[in-house]
Ligand binder design. Structure first.
Ligand code: AMP
Ligand code: GLY
Length: 424
């Protein structure tokens, strides 16, 4: 079978790499891909949101399974286009992807389904939002733009004046465009964040191994929020009892509520949770693999990924045997460009990739890279996800950072404390 992966980040490189290992897979294409997906598969020069050309490519090349990586193509209806053309696709239709695309939709669905989440209010006008803030006794809030804003539309505020300013930024200055037509103001939760990813199709929910992301830019969780500076799997924060609770209190009611609303889900349901004492509360839903969570989670997956994703795409996820996992932990350290998550330059030559690749149980996933002649150049803010397994989290960490040390470019940096939270 030939497989097509849509997207161009570290998550997509991990998908391409894992799918290429499946016995049933002859060739993996990636549209548009990066330098890494071009090494483990074949890149196709089509934008991830160009549904018409993607469907044509899949038909012309007898693609047996398409896997949509990022949320933007899902929101744009790329999975719908494949389904309407009768082509097997892993990823939800746009109507179900709204769970990530609209925070207002997502919070209201959680409220109706009794899924634990922070208390919230929705506002369409800046003045109403601001007078609400003035009337509250609480002083710490989270202000969220409703729509997709590349992970930047959430502003965690420690004071009323910060929250008032956030409303100004989103609704008056319209920093995130139409995504700021509505805002949510919610209570600020305190606790540890974990990412729970589950494969979902119809009523079938198969949780994957747990992971913890590191969203703030700098060591010790300081600095601005990013797309994720590293992740490890599994996280000891999620005990088997807590996992049972998450499945029954969070995932099951959400999947049922979507179905009842005529938005049946097929794909990865990703719950970003805050563990507050013993209670998991949903911070957000995503409708795709996390990036960088996918890198350590997929490295640990021993089952045949193509078979599992095809089963979901063909409506028979309930029939697959239990997933098998490598019991060893894995960690992924993101190497970023100077300036990220703000402005950064592209086009810096990357050296030392072969030395890192030669280390045992290490895989360097590419995110923002491009091949030019024989050189691999930086082409994004998050450039690489250096991922390693080890017998313990400490051993996996040591190995990942050994690999990081092999790699150089002008302005490269990373957090030095990925996975330390597991051992605090
Ligand atoms: P979201 O895109 O909704 O996950 O928000 C991005 C990040 O903002 C989360 O990963 C949290 O770190 C933080 N965040 C979101 N909502 C809350 C909340 N209610 N309380 C505290 N932190 C939050
Ligand atoms: N790592 C966070 C995300 O994928 O949204």
């Amino acid at each position: 079978m030939k497989v097509l992966v849509i997207g161009q980040g570290g998550r997509e490189h991990a998908l391409v790499w894992k799918l290429a290992q499946s016995a049933s897979v002859d060739e993996v294409f990636c549209a548009p891909g990066n330098a890494g997906t071009g090494e483990d598969g074949t890149n196709v020069d089509i934008s991830g949101t160009d549904a018409t050309r993607l469907v044509k490519f899949a038909k012309d090349n007898q693609i047996g399974l398409t896997v949509v990586g990022p949320e933007v193509p899902l929101m744009a209806g790329v999975a719908d286009a494949f389904l309407d053309a009768g082509l097997p696709v892993f990823g939800p239709r746009a109507a179900a992807a709204e769970l990530e695309g609209s925070k207002v939709f997502s919070k209201q669905l959680m409220q109706h389904a009794n899924v634990p989440t922070a208390d919230f209010q929705v506002f369409k006008h800046a003045d109403a939002a601001q007078s609400y803030l003035q009337d509250r006794e609480a002083t710490s809030f989270v202000v969220k733009a409703d729509g997709l804003a590349a992970g930047k539309g959430v502003i965690v505020c420690s004071s009323r004046s910060e929250a008032l300013r956030a409303i100004e930024t989103i609704m008056v200055e319209r920093a995130f465009g139409d995504a700021g037509d509505r805002v949510i103001i919610e209570e600020r939760l305190v606790g540890e964040e974990v990412s729970i990813l589950a494969m979902v199709q119809g009523k079938t929910i198969i949780p994957l191994e747990t992971a913890q992301d590191h969203k703030p830019a700098y060591d010790g969780d300081l600095g601005p929020n990013t797309g994720g500076m590293g992740a490890y799997s599994p996280t000891p924060l999620v005990t088997p009892e807590l996992m049972d609770n998450i499945v029954s209190e969070v995932l099951v009611p959400t999947v049922h509520a979507l179905k009842k609303d005529g938005r049946e889900f097929c794909g990865i349901l990703y719950a970003g949770l805050m563990i507050c004492g013993d209670t998991p509360k949903v911070l957000e839903y995503n409708v795709r693999f996390g990036d960088p969570e996918a890198q350590p989670v997929l490295m640990r997956l021993k089952s045949d990924l193509a078979e599992v994703l095809l089963a979901a795409a063909e409506g028979r996820l309930a029939e697959i045997p239990a997933l098998e996992w490598d019991q060893r932990p894995a960690i992924c350290v993101v190497m970023a460009s100077d300036g990220y998550p703000g402005d950064y330059e592209k086009g810096r030559p990357i050296r030392g990739l072969e030395d890192a690749a030669a280390l045992e149980d290490v895989k360097v996933f590419h995110a923002g890279t491009i091949k030019q002649g024989n050189q691999i150049l930086t082409n994004g803010g998050r450039v690489l996800g250096v991922t390693a397994m080890g017998d313990t989290i400490a051993a996996a960490k040591l190995r990942a950072y050994q690999a990081v040390k092999c790699i150089r470019w002008d302005g490269a940096w990373c957090r030095k404390d990925i996975s330390d939270k597991a051992r605090d």
